[in-house]
Structures are given as structure tokens and as C-alpha cells.
Ligand binder design. Structure first.
Ligand SMILES: [Zn+2]
Length: 415
């Protein structure tokens, strides 16, 4: 009787040991978020990194994933997406002219966006406007393991005081009410559309006042959350920085004082330059934008780039935000090429998609680096991103998220 019990216990312990899986991942080279390690060995236990060593040895009985041909990086973070904006490319539709769908259908279809995002090496995103709870639903399904996709931090419905302004007697109270409603519905962040601008519209007229922004920021901070403010133009951006937002989105033509205040307050700047390049490329075939749109977009890109360059030189902390929508998923890291073009070193550019956004999210002790105790979120790229940033954009070959391999193209040899 005792022998049988002991045998059963031994069997049980053995199966538990198997369930608690340990993996050793070997990279030819690893940029861990701070420095480069040659012949790195990363030991992963369940969803976390246990150890990182250069020229490390691997003990027996451990599953080895051999990525010696590749360079390892921390799982990448895209600080501005619209994961629930789905378009299947059906004839007689455009991304913005589609038949209405039930929110559950949207959530199901948007899995395709989530997969393309992972394939771009992105294991975490901050989503900046989702309707009817589609974004919180995706976030929760992904964290439950019921849907495959990047970790999501979501804003719910962004606050937009235009064009409803004339109907609302107290816009300050109304803005706070809407922000609170977003948090009550499960949002991690609050998004405020502080100006016009988006899609083919590159106007940046302020639509939310300083008083409204300030009241929202104060309430949201008191509730333990953070605020992102969208502004295409300089006026709403100036007030967003004065009001103490946590991140500023888009924002061209910033004046020197606003840039200086942004740097002093350590507010993150997410310029989303490549987003309008994506619109230029899709203006005719996908979006069917009116004539002249591409000229407006190109003009805006130029001003966006110059403003970002100025902000970087002044010491602003900048983040990769793709502003990915519809058929733009998978291009998430193209912003890195713009950042290198405006003067960042490759390492500085990589920081804008790893350690810096981890800090922005308040996750600097578990995301954005390959280090003991961190989530096992890692990417393998073909080539050396410290000399050629393009390999992070289009040569992602393997992705691990939370200890699970979610993308593996290592067996398809590229020519
Ligand atoms: Zn956006």
C-alpha cells in the first residue's frame, strides 16, 4: 500500500516537472535592451526569464532552441495601434466604408491583426481607441490564453469633444465623466483627441481646451492611470504638455518652449511619422482618398519629421508608435527607419521600442529587456540590427511571448 502511494507520488512529481517547462534559447548575439552579449544563452522557465549568460553552457534535460544564426532582441513594443480596426479588402469596400458588424465579429476578425503584429516581432502594444469594448475583450482573451496576440494595454473609447461641443453645457465635467466611464469599463489608459486630424485629414485644429485636458489628467492620475493626448497641430500639443499628459501623439510644428517643457517633464513623444507614409501608399487603391490628399499627407510627413528631429535633439524621450490600422499591421516597426534617419543611433532607435515604452507603461521591471525575472518575450532577427535597422523591420524570424514560441520562420531559409 505504502509502495503504491510512493510510486504514485513519484509519477505525479515527474509529470509536474514536465509541465514546469524549462527551455534554453541560444542566440549568436543578443542585444538585451542595454548591451550586446555574444553566444548568449537565455534560460526560460514557464513564462519568465531565469538567467542570461554570454558563452553560457546548457545542462542536460533541457529543451534547447538553437538560434545561433540570429540576433536576439527583447520583444518589441508598439506604443500606438488600433488593433480592432479590421478590413478584409472586400471589393466595393474601403477600410472606412464597410458594412456594420457586431462587436463580437470584430473581435474575432481582428485576431488577424494581432497575428500580423506578432509576426513583426511586437509582443506588447498600447491601443489608442477601441469601440464597444472590442479592445478590452481582445486584451482579456489574449491574457487568458484564449486568443493569440501581443499583450495589450487599451484605452477604450477616446474622448472627443468635437463636433458635439455646442450641445454640452459643461465640457470640463463632461470630459471627466467620459474619462471615468472609460476607466470604469476597464481601460488601462485614457486617450484624448485634443485636435482634429486623422486619415486623409491633416488639419490640427484644437478641439479640447486646456481646462478640459487638465481636469481629465488630474482625475486619471488620481485614479492611478495615465493619459495620452492626440494632437496633429501645435496648439493642442502645447496645452497637452502644460496639462501634464503622459504621452503626446503625432504633434507637428511644436514650438521650442513646448519641446523644452516636454523634455523637462519627461513626457514621452510618439510622433507616428510612418503612419502617414502608409496612407500615401494606400491612398488610391485601398482608401480611395480624394485628389490632392497625397500632397497634403506628404507635406504633413515632412513637418512631422522636422518636429521629431528637433525634439530628439532637444532630448525628448521618443517612442515607436505605428498607429497601425486595417491593412497596416505587420509594418509596425517601420517607424524605426525614420528615427535613424532623424539622427538616432541604432541602439537609441531600439530603445524606443523596448526599454523606453516599458517605462512608459510602468512595466520597466518585467517588459522591454531580456533579463532575469522579466517576461520571456524575445525576438530573433536575421542580421545585425545595431548596424542595419532594416532587419528589425522585415527580417523577424522567430518570436517568443511569455515563454511560448508564437512565430517560427527559422526553417524557411531566405535567399
Ligand atoms: Zn491613432
Amino acid at each position: 500500500m505504502f509502495r503504491i502511494a510512493a510510486l504514485l507520488l513519484t509519477t505525479l512529481l515527474a509529470s509536474l516537472a514536465n509541465a514546469a517547462s524549462t527551455k534554453a534559447v541560444r542566440f549568436g548575439k543578443l542585444w538585451d535592451g542595454h548591451r550586446v552579449l555574444a553566444n548568449a544563452v537565455v534560460i526560460v522557465e514557464n513564462d519568465r526569464i531565469q538567467s542570461v549568460t554570454a558563452n553560457g553552457a546548457v545542462g542536460g534535460g533541457v529543451e534547447v532552441i538553437n538560434l545561433k544564426r540570429y540576433t536576439g532582441l527583447p520583444g518589441l513594443i508598439d506604443s500606438h495601434t488600433h488593433m480592432t480596426y479590421y478590413w478584409d479588402g472586400a471589393p466595393d469596400t474601403t477600410p472606412r466604408r464597410q458594412p456594420p458588424r457586431h462587436v463580437a465579429v470584430t473581435v474575432f476578425l481582428a485576431q488577424a491583426n494581432a497575428r500580423k503584429t506578432l509576426e513583426a516581432g511586437v509582443t506588447t502594444i498600447r491601443d489608442m481607441n477601441g469601440m464597444d469594448g472590442a479592445d478590452t475583450a481582445m486584451r482579456d482573451l489574449i491574457s487568458m490564453g484564449a486568443m493569440i496576440g501581443p499583450r495589450m494595454f487599451v484605452s477604450g473609447v477616446g474622448i472627443r469633444n468635437y463636433p458635439t461641443r455646442p450641445d454640452v453645457p459643461d465640457l470640463v465635467a463632461e470630459s471627466v465623466r467620459r474619462a471615468k466611464a472609460a476607466l470604469d469599463a476597464g481601460a488601462d489608459w485614457v486617450k484624448v483627441f485634443g485636435s482634429t486630424g486623422g486619415f486623409d485629414n491633416v488639419t490640427g485644429d484644437q478641439t479640447v481646451s486646456y481646462e478640459e485636458m487638465k481636469a481629465v489628467v488630474d482625475m486619471v492620475h488620481a485614479a492611478g492611470h495615465k493619459v495620452a493626448i492626440h494632437s496633429y497641430g501645435p496648439a493642442a500639443a502645447r496645452d497637452a504638455i502644460r496639462a501634464g499628459c503622459d504621452t503626446l501623439e503625432h504633434a507637428t510644428d511644436l514650438d521650442d518652449d513646448t519641446i523644452a517643457e516636454m523634455v523637462r517633464k519627461k513626457i514621452f513623444y510618439v510622433p507616428t511619422i510612418d503612419h502617414n507614409q502608409y496612407y500615401v501608399e494606400n491612398a488610391d487603391n485601398a482608401y480611395k482618398f480624394p485628389p490632392g490628399t497625397k500632397d497634403n499627407l506628404s507635406n504633413y510627413i515632412q513637418r512631422n519629421f522636422e518636429t521629431a528631429k528637433k525634439a530628439f535633439r532637444a532630448g525628448a524621450r521618443m517612442l515607436v508608435g505605428s498607429d497601425a490600422v486595417y491593412n497596416g499591421f505587420g509594418l509596425n516597426m517601420r517607424e524605426l527607419a525614420w528615427f535613424v534617419k532623424l539622427g538616432m543611433t541604432n541602439q537609441q532607435a531600439l530603445e524606443t521600442a523596448t526599454v523606453l515604452p516599458a517605462e512608459m507603461l510602468g512595466m520597466e521591471n518585467s517588459l522591454g529587456a531580456v533579463a532575469p525575472g522579466y517576461f520571456a518575450d524575445m525576438v530573433a532577427v536575421e542580421g545585425d540590427p545595431l548596424t542595419d535597422i532594416q532587419v528589425v523591420i522585415d527580417k523577424v524570424r522567430w518570436v517568443m511571448k511569455g515563454g511560448a514560441v508564437v512565430v517560427d520562420k527559422t526553417r524557411v531559409r531566405s535567399r
